[in-house]
Design a protein around this ligand. Structure first.
Ligand code: NAP
Length: 470
């Protein structure tokens, strides 16, 4: 969608969209060329001045209508997402609620953009600061949350008065295309949001990133791609936000409510089939309770039913593709070869679709690949620790710093551990941390910038300072 109209790729090429539960092709979408990418940026640039001048209330009302329209059509969006991404309908419905909420939150923020007024310390001048939209923004999103990773960027950009070019992941373009039409139906002016689907990703994105008319790049995806995009963006000194990979530790202390910890573990590990940047990647459990925790978690994980996400009674859908499934299998084999014990699961499911059994592994070595790399699948490796200091040290021993989880009933310990963890987000006694009203984001190799909360809109605003001599 460029400048408010749907078009084919300029060379007629298409991308096949696949159902990961069967490998069958669902449909085809346009495979944009470099010229199409440029046309999308042209449209965003042309719309920028008019959009920035639109009243904040009008921008907010469009977001509010879109929130209501998505909510009214929740089943349709959930079905689309399940078909292209694989997770169960129940999980997709959860993402629709979560994703739509960013529009409601930022509809409320659009009218609260403000600067400040003060007197200089020497009394000679007055200091005024005003906020302005950053300008045309390129948004690149991943396949794991096809709606929410878009609304988390589009919501604040619309609220702030920025226009945009959105590039959804090639494997899950359908949800974003449906969202673009919905926003147009809710009154978003032509050219404010342009969507480009392409499999020639680097080739089409790089000229946009290097175009001096682009003002901001926001990316959610892997750390490897994020690094290369930061390099490309350096030429234009773009404003950049990076939501990258994670390697979340999940720490259970001996004083924790163990049933609550297992409940939290199921959410932190199994939400989105483990294909979440916030997914618990490494479980560190105090040596006094590790056997009991592993036993309870394995019972819960082993009882889950795998299958196509649209089927009733299914708890866990397929992984996104064969490469993802084989990658998970390799990590499990590596841990097994080092002497770890598979308590439940541990195998890919033969046949159509990219299924991997929910798996619990104990006695996993510190240097096992699954402790240092993102697993992105339904596998829970468990190791034990003895002291609080050791738990913090193990948790921080990674280049990543996105989400982390701590289970304890000791208030002093909550504070000490939260202060010691080098993570952008810390969940205490809860297995889900994402919330549209909170600042989502990481430190270290998990990136920079925040999405959601009061901080989210700041990423799309510039500060201008005006000094006034009275
Ligand atoms: P990815 O391979 O990095 O892809 C993400 C997006 O970047 C896709 O739209 C992809 O397009 C695009 N892309 C790939 N190569 C590119 C290039 N050279 N230039 C410009 N764009 C390029 O990541 P993924 O496998 O889709 O997503 C999983 C990763 O995302 C995990 O590491 C996960 O932790 C991270 N993630 C982070 C957050 C967060 O908020 N921190 C949230 C969700 C996911 P194509 O699809 O066309 O290749």
């Amino acid at each position: 969608m460029i400048g408010g109209s749907w078009r084919d790729s300029s060379d007629g090429a298409t991308i096949a969209v696949e159902d990961p539960s069967s490998g069958a092709t669902i449909t085809h979408v346009a495979d944009a060329t470099v010229a199409d990418g440029r046309a999308a940026l042209d449209a965003a640039v042309a719309a920028q001045a008019g959009w920035a001048a639109t009243a904040p209330r009008d921008r907010g009302e469009i977001l509010r209508s879109a929130f209501e329209a998505i909510t009214a059509r929740a089943e349709e969006f959930a079905m689309l997402m399940t078909l292209e991404m694989g997770k169960t309908l129940a999980e997709s419905r959860g993402e629709v609620t979560y994703g739509a909420e960013f529009f409601r939150w930022f509809s409320e923020e659009a009218v609260r953009i403000s600067g400040r007024w003060s007197t200089a310390p020497n009394g000679a001048t007055r200091l005024l600061t005003m906020k302005k939209p950053v300008g045309p923004t390129l948004m690149i999103t991943p396949w794991n949350f096809p709606l929410a990773m878009g609304t988390r960027k589009i919501g604040p950009a619309i609220a702030a008065g920025c226009t945009m070019v959105v590039k959804p992941a090639s494997q899950t373009p359908l949800t974003m295309l449906a969202l673009a039409q919905l926003l147009a139906d809710c009154g978003l002016p032509d050219g404010v949001l342009n969507v480009v689907t392409t499999s020639r990703t680097g080739e089409v994105m790089e000229p946009i990133i290097r175009d001096p008319r682009l003002r901001k790049l926001t990316f959610t995806g892997s750390t490897a791609v994020g690094r290369s995009l930061v390099e490309q963006s350096a030429q234009q000194l773009l404003r950049v936000s990076m939501e990258l990979g994670g390697n979340a530790p999940f720490i259970v202390f001996e004083d924790a409510d163990l049933d609550r910890a297992v409940e939290g573990a199921m959410l932190a590990k199994m939400r989105n089939i483990g294909e979440a940047c916030t997914a618990a990647n490494r479980f560190y459990v105090h040596e006094d309770v590790v056997d009991e925790f592993a036993g309870k978690l394995a019972t819960r994980m082993g009882a889950l039913t795998l299958g196509k996400g649209t089927k009733k009674g299914v708890d866990v859908g397929p992984l996104i593709d064969g490469k993802a499934r084989d990658g998970v299998a390799e990590l499990v084999e590596h841990a097994r070869a080092q002497g770890a014990t598979i308590v439940t699961g541990g195998k890919a499911v033969p046949g159509r679709g990219y299924f991997y059994e929910p798996t619990v592994i104990t006695g996993v070595a510190k240097d096992a690949r699954m402790m240092t790399e993102e697993i992105f699948g339904p596998v829970a490796p468990i190791a034990s620790f003895r002291t609080e200091a050791e738990a913090i040290e193990l948790a921080n021993d990674t280049e990543y710093g996105l989400a982390s989880y701590v289970f304890t009933t000791d208030l002093g310990r909550m504070i000490r551990v939260a202060e010691g963890l080098q993570y952008g987000m810390i969940g205490i006694n809860q297995g889900i941390i994402s919330n549209p009203a909170a600042p989502f984001g990481g430190v270290k190799a998990s990136g920079f910038g925040r999405e959601g909360g009061f901080e989210g809109i700041e990423e799309y605003l510039e500060t201008t300072y005006v000094g006034i001599a009275p």
